[in-house]
Design a binder for this molecule. Sequence first.
Ligand code: HEC
Length: 144
Amino acid sequence: MMARVALIFAGALALAGGIVAQAQPAERSVWTGVYSAEQATRGKAAYAQNCASCHGESLSGIDVAPALTGSGFLNNWNGTSAGDLFTRIKTTMPLNAPDSLSGRTVSDIEAYLFQSNGFPSGEVALPPSPPMMAGIKIIAQKPQ
Ligand code: HEC
């Protein structure tokens, strides 16, 4: 009788272990809260100053430059990382003055782009450094 109880108990433990093993933290992505709301607010002001003249006040693009929200933009960046987008902005934008913005300003603007594309904010700000963002995937569709 005791042996049987022990066996059932061991089985239950193994089952619980399996469940814990499956509940590993999900991959870090733009859906896991990788910027802070406060940072996005700073980014909004920096965007208005440095980007809106070409990309439009509402990020929807105007004649001279493409939209930075919506499916076209997200398809271009789907499967890349936050670090890739950071480097693209830092080294090529503003088009008329590439590499003129500090890393912090660029990460603030990127946070604003994420917010405008419907990605949730979190506790911690997006760091101003591509290696620290390389593990943050840009995924257009919210994972299940
Ligand atoms: C003088 C006009 C101008 C300004 C100012 C400007 N851009 Fe651009 N941007 C463009 C043009 C034109 C393109 C498309 C051609 C290219 O890729 O170089 C572009 C492309 C981009 C892309 C790639 C879009 C895609 O779908 O892949 C991003 C991201 C971007 N800009 C971000 C920014 C940010 C952020 C700022 C402000 C820091 C900014 N741009 C300021 C003109 C501008």
